[in-house]
Design a protein around this ligand. Structure first.
Ligand SMILES: Nc1nc2c([nH]c(=O)n2[C@H]2C[C@H](O)[C@@H](COP(=O)(O)OP(=O)(O)OP(=O)(O)O)O2)c(=O)[nH]1
Length: 309
């Protein structure tokens, strides 16, 4: 089943969510307006029709911007949910089909109220395009300087990864940065340190080993969980565990992992497209690769050295 979902964004950056009516699949949950393709119908035409039927608005499919495609299996029903951003329409949206509609800033939406397949869509909406990672050989002091510079440059999601530093020292360094991280409205992701993330209230980036060992999401919704993935199986595990996003690596040859064979963009794109969560491209990449990454189904680019300049 192919389902189209429209993410209407207004001039204030708010998005429209709609509550599914009683008696239907996922009744009471909130979603993005849209629906199933009719036989023979093209995806964008289906969304144009659904937005007219459900909200009473007219849209121009040429103004749609792809956001993310989420393959999802509810058990009783499997689907490809394709989300596009809609910024222009005519008419005032009304709840013609939904139990209710509401305009909310993405950060103010509790993911738990959304249909599960819509949580990756919400994440794709507000996750940034860059995900810098601290250099493995850095001291706490050097890494702190780099993180402060990154925040000042506008980075909003940073991974704190210091494999050469004792865990307590790494945690203390992260704790010292948190007021600044919060002031910039940014998020710090501790590499592998789930207990540290619980203590400090940060996010955590899981290794692929942790991904295989865990049986449930280690942090509550709202505290970010990322997963370091290298193949489609790991991407599927990350989604099943309810991770907010994944990195997929190595796209290109890297200084930090010289022995890992690079994936290349075509394989990256195929795997990212079939993943049910936003995927950052990682491995020999930096901000200059963002446009190419986005053309290959990436949420954005993650990296170490190219972000340190
Ligand atoms: N329209 C829409 N459907 C969604 C979203 N997220 C999500 O899981 N779905 C699911 C719910 C439904 O199983 C299916 C969409 O079908 P629909 O909206 O055309 O379905 P419907 O109400 O006519 O469903 P039905 O019970 O008559 O089959 O996709 C979303 O954001 N928008």
């Amino acid at each position: 089943m192919h389902v189209m979902a429209g993410v209407l964004v207004d001039g204030a950056g708010r998005i429209l969510i709609a509550q599914r009516p009683p008696g239907k699949h996922l009744a009471g949950m909130w979603e993005f307006p849209g629906g199933k393709l009719e036989p023979g119908e093209a995806p964008l035409a289906a969304l144009e029709r659904e937005l007219d039927e459900e909200l009473g608005i007219a849209v121009d499919p040429l103004s749609f911007v792809d956001l993310i495609r989420v393959p999802w299996n509810y058990g009783e029903r499997a689907m490809l949910l394709e989300a596009v951003v809609v910024r222009a329409w005519s008419g005032e949206p009304r709840a013609l089909d939904a139990a209710a509609i509401a305009w909310r800033l993405p950060h103010d939406i509790d993911p738990a109220m959304l249909a599960p397949a819509d949580r990756p869509i919400l994440a794709a909406l507000w996750l940034p395009e860059h995900y810098p990672i601290t250099p493995a050989d850095a001291s706490v002091a050097t890494a702190s300087t780099l993180v402060r510079a990154a925040l000042a440059r506008g980075e909003r999601l940073v991974q704190w990864r210091l494999p050469g530093v004792a865990q307590d020292d790494a945690r203390a360094g992260a704790a010292a940065l948190l007021p600044e991280v919060a002031r910039f409205g940014a998020q710090l992701m501790l590499s592998r340190d789930i207990d540290g993330a619980r203590q400090l209230g940060t996010g955590v980036q899981l290794s692929s080993v942790q991904l295989r060992e865990l049986t449930e999401r280690p942090l509550p919704l709202g505290q970010l969980v990322g997963a370091s993935c290298h193949d489609p199986d790991e991407l599927a595990l990350a989604s099943t565990l309810g991770c907010d996003f994944a990195t997929l690596s190595p796209v290109d040859a890297t200084q930090s992992h010289p022995d890992a064979p690079p994936l290349g963009w075509p394989r990256f794109a195929k795997w990212a497209e079939n993943a049910s969560l936003p995927v950052y491209a990682l491995g020999g990449l930096g901000p200059a690769d963002l446009a190419v990454a986005k053309m290959h189904a990436a949420q954005g680019v993650a990296g170490i050295s190219a972000f340190c300049a």
